[in-house]
Design a protein around this ligand. Structure first.
Ligand code: SF4
Length: 216
């Protein structure tokens, strides 16, 4: 199963690297499909590759990546145990925000990655991935508030780069992050309960012997 998932993710990654569906590939060095465990219980979705990500073809490297590693370490995980992807897979020029048509063009790649991995928790990092699941949400209001749907938890978090720019967010970010193991366990139990066969109906009580009428 893990091998099948790994092969499916590798095929998606090859398509991403060759993709010309939107303008974002122009001027980039590498496509950045995403990286991590095909069997991840937690999937993180960020915004788009930056300078270092484009150079290395990997998501969340550089300072944001270091901070994400630090956060993962807080909950006893390494990045090889999770999967990290972005809503757009090529770097927007000068790190501008991805445009709506670019997000739409790139969406099928992310949808397929989610389908293959089937994570228990999808943690969104920043506004653009949050908008997939919380279209009217404001990150300052919804961060750290999970939504349980489709047999998983959707969990909005600040973007690590935003926390590095604004250290006042650090306490909230780290408190939110520490709830991830609890969400994984909650969804794991929900899925296990759904997978259990329904209890067999109780044996009906034998009918009471009819009282014999005394005729004499
Ligand atoms: S950003 Fe996505 S849709 Fe646009 S070229 Fe890259 S892989 Fe294709």
């Amino acid at each position: 199963m893990v091998l099948d998932r790994a092969a499916a993710l590798a095929a998606i990654a090859d398509e991403v690297r060759a993709c010309r569906l939107c303008r974002l590939y122009e001027g980039t060095t590498n496509g950045v499909p995403g990286a991590g465990s095909p069997d991840a219980q937690i999937m993180f979705i960020g915004e788009g590759p930056g300078f270092h990500e484009d150079r290395q073809g990997l998501p969340f490297v550089g300072r944001s990546g270091d901070y994400l590693n630090y956060l993962l370490n807080l909950i006893g995980l390494k990045r090889e145990q999770v999967f990290i992807a972005n809503v757009v897979k090529h770097r927007p020029p000068d790190n501008r925000d991805p445009l709506p048509d670019e997000i739409v063009a790139c969406k099928p790649f992310l949808d397929r990655q989610i389908e293959v991995i089937n994570p228990l928790v999808i943690a969104t990092l920043g506004r653009f991935s949050m908008a997939r699941y919380f279209p009217n949400g404001k990150i300052t209001q919804v961060h750290g508030r999970p939504k349980f749907e489709d047999g998983r938890a959707y969990y909005p978090l600040f973007h690590p780069a935003a926390v590095l720019r604004n250290p006042d967010l650090r306490r909230d970010m780290e408190a939110d992050f520490k709830r991830l193991p609890e969400l994984v366990e909650t969804v794991r139990q929900q899925r296990a309960a759904q997978a259990r066969p329904p209890a067999a109906p109780a044996e009906p009580e034998p009918p009471e012997k009819p009282t014999q009428l005394r005729l004499f």
